[in-house]
Design a protein around this ligand. Structure first.
Ligand code: NDP
Length: 615
């Protein structure tokens, strides 16, 4: 029986594929069938390596030390001021990158060897990029020291390779820097500040049922939206009823509806680009860069509300939205598909640093569905952020408002029913809160990890406005009277849910933005190998997703006003449980991948996922 040289949990040096660089990695396991070790790098990247690409840390150190004792090597080092700087301090990240970029720029671009060298130079910088400015202020000094040590080990090892490569390969080109750092060209130094990221050379494990699942979801999601829209118009909109017959094809299409949708999106885009409101910084990308986002969502909903109110006062009949719901949904669906195609095509041309770790399975359908480019932007216009926060979310409130008007019209009421008012106010509060705290979206999974493709484009533009409004739509023709005590109880439930949701989201957001915020100093944390820490007390010590718990309580409060006659208005609650349970497990795997044993420790300390003592 073959012996397994490295054991699970061992810290070893793993070769970065395609280069001659070794990084400190942790062994996660060994697959006897393929004879490959699964290892995790400090930046969270998991790869499978052959035994020959792994070295023990002690062997590696011995070799590095013996190399540095070589007189010829010492001599060659002393000739290069840049290299001395590189080895001695952490100022190094920029300096090394400047050196590297210069070296690469000066080399012959067409040479295969040089491109290999470029890879070498780029890849070796990655461990130094992991500590973000915000996290630098973390009190986790031990880890930082360890990282720097590792990084310098890697640099030392790689220097020898670069040097050897460069000496072998110089020809008419001198790959060594001749000038001191201060002489570097400004644009190169600029690049150095944001050193290139390691390529997103692997995909995270496929989710949503993988490739087959992607086909399924692509068909199922639009079909489901159609199903519930047709159901809600029925007198007995039971979710367990057989689907109603499909309307004729021309019932789906209305050019005017398409025009309104386009106008709405353009209007929201205009509000988004206005230089009003804060410019917030996103979380550091793999490259170390932080994108800026115009977080003026509250302003956008305020202006939209004023415009809608003026329109109604001017006699515009917003109940058009109720009577043309299907056509509006179809028009938005077409736009989401076109947008997804555009996103997929542009992701094929994006550099590896711009891609999400998922969505690069190589299967067109899966990648189209899951989304590949992390932050697709047209100049400063961030498409994902815009779609997540604006046309769909604000559109949801507009549709709800239109449903309240339609209810009054259809049921000859002077004012909307209590149930309709509750649904409208609860959901308005949810959206306004999201837009008021828009910056918090920058630390969520969608923004940080998921590529932008059909899943999010369809979700943001179609799913949210056309299915989250079903409770209001349902109430238009299915009245449900509520007593005052019932109203009070539902309001209290909503406020409890909202409190948990807001407090927990804000706590995590504040911690991620500034881990040494004095207001959070009472919280306990677990350090992780990435330099980031995990909250283990406060809200995040109660359950692993306290924000989901709050959200679910709120979802319950949204369904209760519609009563128990039909399942349809409870659809959101049911769907949301499925969504959040699945989302939680996706996040668990992602965090397990990122934080390894620290995440296991967190899970051991905080045992329940969403509901204390239940789940
Ligand atoms: P979270 O906001 O919970 O973000 C998860 C991330 O938080 C993790 O990947 C990790 O990222 C970080 N994290 C996890 N545990 C800890 C910890 N103990 N300490 C510090 N950081 C931690 O997830 P979502 O993006 O899914 O949800 C955001 C909000 O949006 C939720 O309130 C959710 O209910 C809501 N939502 C609503 C939807 C709707 O349709 N109504 C749909 C989806 C979400 P890292 O460590 O990298 O920072």
């Amino acid at each position: 029986m073959p012996t397994v040289k490295y054991q699970k949990g061992d810290t070893v040096m793993g070769r970065w594929p395609g280069s001659s660089l070794y990084y400190e990695v942790k062994v996660l396991g060994f697959k006897p069938r393929t004879q490959l070790y699964t290892v995790i790098y400090k930046d969270g990247t998991e790869l499978e390596l052959k035994e020959q690409d792994i070295k023990s840390v002690s062997g590696f150190q011995t070799r590095s030390r013996s190399r540095s004792r070589s007189p010829s090597r010492r001599r060659s080092r002393s000739r290069s001021p840049a290299r001395t700087t590189r080895r001695s301090s952490s100022r190094t990240t920029a300096a090394v990158a400047a050196t590297a970029v210069t070296a690469v720029t000066e080399s012959a671009p067409s040479s295969r060897r040089d491109s290999k060298l470029k890879d070498t130079v780029e890849v070796r910088l990655s461990p130094l990029q992991q500590t973000t400015p915000a996290e630098n202020s973390s009190n986790n000094k031990h880890e930082k020291k360890e990282e720097n040590n590792t990084a310098s080990k890697v640099i030392e090892e790689s220097e020898a390779k670069v040097e050897a490569e460069s000496e072998k390969n110089q020809g008419p080109y001198n790959l060594r820097r001749r000038k001191a750092d201060g002489d570097a060209k400004p644009e190169l130094l600029e690049k150095a500040k944001a050193p290139p990221a390691p390529a997103a050379i692997h995909s995270t494990p496929l989710d949503f049922g993988g490739k087959i699942g992607a086909y399924f979801w692509l068909l199922f999601l639009p079909a489901w939206v159609l199903f519930v829209i047709l159901q809600v118009n029925l007198k007995d909109p039971s979710l367990v009823n057989a689907p109603p017959p499909l309307p004729p094809l021309d019932a789906f299409w209305d050019a005017q509806a398409l025009g309104f949708v386009i106008l709405w999106i353009l209007f929201q885009a205009l509000l988004y680009i206005l230089p009003v409101g804060k410019l917030s910084e996103g979380m550091p990308l793999r490259s170390g860069e932080r994108l800026k986002y115009r977080t003026n969502g509250f302003f956008a909903i305020l202006v939209s509300a004023i415009v809608a109110a003026i329109a109604v006062l001017q006699g515009v009949d917003l109940t058009y939205i109720h009577s043309h719901f299907l056509q509006l949904a179809t028009a938005t669906f077409i736009i989401s598909v076109l947008l997804s195609i555009y996103l997929y095509v542009r992701s094929r041309y994006a550099s590896s640093a711009e891609l999400a770790l998922g969505g690069n399975s190589g299967n067109v359908v899966y990648d189209f569905f899951k989304g590949h480019e992390l932050n697709p932007r047209i100049k400063n216009f961030d498409l994902k952020f815009f779609c997540e926060m604006r046309p769909g979310l604000i559109g949801w409130c507009l549709i709800n408002f239109a449903m309240a008007l339609a209810e009054m019209k259809q049921q000859n009421l002077d004012a909307p029913s209590y149930a309709m008012i509750l649904v409208n106010l609860f959901q308005l509060l949810y959206v306004v809160d999201g837009l008021w705290n828009e910056e918090a979206i920058l630390t969520t999974m969608d923004l940080m990890h998921d590529g932008f493709g059909f899943m999010l484009a369809f979700g943001d533009l179609v799913w949210v406005p056309f299915t989250y409004t079903l409770q209001a739509y349902y109430l238009v023709s299915h009245p449900n009277s509520l007593s005052l005590p019932a109203v009070t109880a539902i309001v209290i439930l909503k406020l409890i849910g909202f409190y948990i949701f807001r407090k927990s989201n804000s706590e995590k957001n504040a911690f991620r933005r500034n881990p040494s915020d004095p207001k959070l100093s009472h919280l306990k944390t677990i350090p992780t190998a990435t330099g980031k820490s995990l909250l283990v007390s406060g809200w995040w010590g109660v359950v692993r997703h306290p924000n989901y718990l709050g959200d679910l309580i709120m979802a319950l409060a949204w369904s209760l006003p519609c009563g128990f006659s039909h399942l349809l208005p409870w659809y959101y609650m049911i769907y949301f449980i499925i969504l959040l349970v699945h989302r939680d497990s996706r996040d668990m795997s992602e965090c397990r991948r990122k934080y390894g044993s620290a995440w296991d420790e967190y899970c051991r300390t905080v045992r329940y996922r969403i509901i204390p003592r239940v789940y």
